[in-house]
Design a protein around this ligand. Structure first.
Ligand code: ZN
Length: 335
């Protein structure tokens, strides 16, 4: 998480020890051409990719497989100005697109894939490797993925391609089979709290933020620096609990409101669904502990309805309909 390197023996990464071990070995042994780092938002995928790039290109490694964090190469990678390291993501594509058109891109498209491939065709300017880090890969359309596959099939010898995705299952099997897949898991709360402490966050705040982080170091760092993030999360969970406890009429009204908001801000709707999932999972755990069969059944039905809603939204079912159908599966707590 810190901008600097790790000093001597470790990478500047909180948790993910399995992934770090594997990538560190790859630095000393020589990397594969393609990696897929998979895990949900703010789990540390990009931080890991940057640390990997630094370890690969560091000109003064204190230990095998470890970047110094202080040489010109390491510093330029941190600043995003190393000529042999390029980063791609949806936001960047958006910026490029907005100069030429007004259309809103929700997927990494084929022109971005072509630009990535063209960049990779150039010899590295000053390093052994040319590294590309591509984020939001799960949004790549199938035609774009197929075009990308050509680069993966015959990568130039110096290429190291790091694909970051919320879900590696959304990528073509042919892409996955040509890549080393690294699956990131949520980081234990204690490790996040310890990381925050090492960055100077006070004990109590570190523990509150780590508890709320759901294993996401990236979220924890932002929340520790900006109190509104924690407050927003509290509000999200309060609103979600209110939705669950409302009567059927008001549950449907909220579903309709969110359905109508989906076109403008789908991430806000996904955040509500994720919060909903979280609350119902907690309800399931409590009901199992208290051996309340009725409550467990209700929670299981609700969780299933949320899964269905997620798939409906992915399948372009009308958002309003998908959300209304979901709440109709909930057993009312007032009954
Ligand atoms: Zn260095």
């Amino acid at each position: 998480m810190s901008d600097s390197g790790a000093g001597d023996g470790t990478w500047p990464i909180w948790g993910h020890s399995h992934a770090v071990r594997e990538l560190k070995a790859a630095v000393t042994r020589g990397p594969h051409h393609a990696y897929i780092v998979s895990g949900y938002q703010q789990l540390g995928k990009r931080t890991l990719a940057i640390a990997f790039a630094q370890a690969l290109l560091c000109t003064d490694p204190p230990n095998p497989g470890v970047a110094c964090g202080a040489c010109r190469s390491c510093l330029r990678i941190t600043r995003g100005s190393h000529p042999d390291v390029s980063e791609w993501n949806l936001a960047l594509q958006q910026q490029v697109a907005e100069k030429s058109s007004t259309s809103r891109n929700l997927t990494l498209n084929i022109s971005t894939v072509r630009a990535i491939s063209a960049g990779l065709a150039l010899q590295p300017l000053e390093s052994r490797y040319r590294i590309v880090i591509v984020d939001d890969v799960e949004t790549m359309q199938e035609t774009a993925q197929e075009a990308f596959l050509k680069t993966l099939e015959e990568p130039p010898p110096y290429a190291v391609i790091i694909l970051l995705t919320s879900d590696s299952e959304l990528l073509l099997e042919t892409i996955r089979s040509r890549s080393t897949v690294i699956q990131l898991q949520p980081v234990p709360t204690a490790i996040i709290a310890e990381g925050l402490r090492s960055e100077g966050v006070e004990l109590e705040q570190a523990s509150v933020v780590a508890d709320a982080s759901e294993g996401r170091p990236g979220w924890a760092v932002r929340a520790a620096a900006d109190a509104t993030i924690l407050a927003e999360r509290r509000e999200l969970y309060t609103e979600t609990q209110r939705w669950i406890e409302a009567d059927r009429y008001n549950q449907l009204i909220e579903a309709t409101r969110l359905g109508e908001a989906f076109g403008k801000d789908r991430n806000a709707v996904y955040a509500r669904l994720a919060a909903l999932q979280h609350q119902w999972r907690n309800e399931l755990l409590t009901s199992l502990e208290s051996r309340s069969d009725d409550r467990s059944t209700a929670a299981l039905l609700a969780l299933k309805s949320i899964d269905t809603c997620f798939s409906d939204l992915d399948a372009n079912v009308r958002p309003k309909l998908a959300l209304q159908t979901m709440v109709l599966q909930w057993q009312s707590s007032q009954q």
